[in-house]
Design a protein around this ligand. Structure first.
Ligand code: PMP
Length: 474
């Protein structure tokens, strides 16, 4: 399959209107879907700048849905212009409601490692749905999925299925507090763990101040139970433990940061977290909602050889349906009701259709082991982007782990939130729109990952690189 998009890299496209350059200047900061607070009020898009059918839907949407979207970053505030409404996806491509086709690197923000509408996933969903969409009683697939997860990630001796990454992280926080009898959680600036109150928190003025709410509606008392320090900085972590050591229940960390753009852990960082938590009787939680089954069957913990006490999963594990999971040491997990006193429940937990999509995805991944190929293709993309930018004299740092990558428009090294924020988000906005006009759909924010799927071909990558060279020059 070598016809990436209906347009051509030389700018031929199915006539999507040009988005306004000026909008980029308005959208600064991360504008993240994921941090909610940064997203603010979506700009009312000028319908003349939008693809016509998207503009018509957006006009209806804003009347009945806040900002016209069900998750903030979809409004395109961080890149300017108005949202593109999609109607279908197949393999590496999506199609919008105006009939324009795009080569897709959003991959639904991570779940679609096999691309859109993979036949095995669609068939599994069809069969499951035909046999009943929900029972609220145990089913066989939940057991098989739990076995599959615990086989892939040996640190997860037991696992509980939930319906989103947010729910997994929220639930694991309750569990670690109950288990340790401590209340504080240590997280890292720029890491995102869903929108539960206690996790929507960033550092105060100094790294060692207690957290401040990232959103109105998060009580300050709740935020004070969360500490936030610099990613990749073990000195910060040690200092926090010196001050609050016997109050900290756990560290929660994205072992590969993906919510300030992709930032790999510095050598020794994860091992340092393991050592520090063990030294202080605290637990270590890896939030592998993005990295789980994305960078390898064994996730980031397999890649770096560090076993956390607990792990959260989402995205790939649900194969594009609403499914999350958390699990880890048996002695901790046995604290959950009905075995133990810590309560957590869900009407749709372990849902038959979602578990079918997840199982189908994990089965294909186990049978085909596509990770070396994904890595090679993402490397080709990352190297090509860096080379193209260098030719054009545009500062670009491409950061990649496996099939996830971010090109930061900066010439400085990117190792944490502060250095990520130095990237030129307005320039990314212009680049994003130039790519969209060339039939390439990227994440609508500088501080997100691009995801390569098994449906992307070498020809798709070459097409993307040709488009990127033009877009960067433009
Ligand atoms: N943790 C991480 C690392 C994430 O990237 C996300 C979502 N982007 C979440 C948790 C929350 O997952 P969900 O959006 O499914 O609630």
């Amino acid at each position: 399959m070598a016809t990436p998009v209906s347009g051509s890299a030389s700018g031929g496209r199915a006539a999507p209107a040009k988005a306004a350059e000026a909008k980029a200047a308005e959208s600064e900061a991360t504008g993240k879907e994921t941090t909610g607070a940064g997203a603010g009020v979506p700009q009312p898009a000028d319908s003349a700048e939008m693809r016509p059918a998207s503009a018509a839907l957006y006009e209806r949407a804003v009347k009945v849905i806040p900002g016209g979207v069900n998750s903030p970053v979809r409004a395109f505030k961080a890149v300017g212009g108005g949202p593109v409404f999609l109607r279908s996806g197949a393999g590496a491509h999506v199609e919008d409601v105006d009939g324009n086709r795009y080569l897709d690197y959003l991959g639904s923000w991570g779940p679609l490692i096999l691309g859109h509408a993979h036949t095995a996933v669609v068939e599994a969903v069809r069969v499951a749905a035909g046999a009943g969409t929900s029972f609220g009683a145990p089913t066989e697939r939940e057991v098989v999925l739990a076995e599959t997860i615990t086989d892939a990630l040996p640190s997860m001796e037991q696992v509980r299925l939930v319906s989103s990454g947010t729910e997994a992280c929220m639930s694991v926080v309750r569990l670690v507090r109950a288990f340790t009898g401590r209340s504080k959680i240590l997280k890292f600036d720029g890491c995102y763990h869903g929108h539960a109150d206690g996790l929507l928190v960033s550092a105060g003025s100094g790294a060692l101040t207690l957290g401040t709410p990232d959103s109105p509606g998060v009580p300050e008392g709740m935020a004070r139970e969360t500490l936030s320090v610099r990613y990749n900085d073990l000195d910060d972590v040690r200092a926090a433990f010196e001050k609050y050591g016997d109050e900290i229940a756990a560290i929660i960390v994205e072992p590969i940061a993906a919510n300030m753009g992709v930032i790999p852990p510095a050598p020794g960082f994860l091992a340092g977290l393991r050592e520090i938590t063990q030294g202080h009787g605290a637990l270590l939680i890896f939030d592998e909602v993005v990295s789980g089954f994305r960078v390898g069957i064994g996730g980031a913990q397999g890649l770096y050889g560090i076993a956390p006490d607990l792990t959260t999963l989402g995205k790939v594990v649900g194969g594009g349906l609403p499914l999350g999971a958390y699990g880890g040491r048996r002695d901790i997990m046995e604290g959950l009701a009905p075995l133990g006193p810590t309560y957590q429940a869900g009407t749709l937990s372990g849902n038959p259709v979602a578990t079918a999509a997840g199982l189908a995805t994990l089965t294909v991944l186990a049978e085909t082991n596509p990770y070396a190929e994904l890595d090679a293709r993402a490397t080709m993309l990352a190297d090509g982007l860096a080379a193209g930018a260098a030719e054009a004299g545009v500062p670009l740092r491409v950061s990649r782990v496996g099939s996830m990558l971010t090109g930061f428009f900066t010439d400085g090294e990117v190792t944490d939130y502060a250095t990520a924020k130095r990237a030129d988000a307005a320039r990314y906005g212009r680049y994003f729109r130039a790519m969209l006009d060339r039939g390439i759909y990227l994440a609508p924010s500088q501080f997100e990952a691009a995801f390569v799927s098994t449906a992307h071909t070498d020809a798709d990558i070459e097409y993307t690189l040709a488009a990127a060279r033009e877009a960067i020059r433009a």
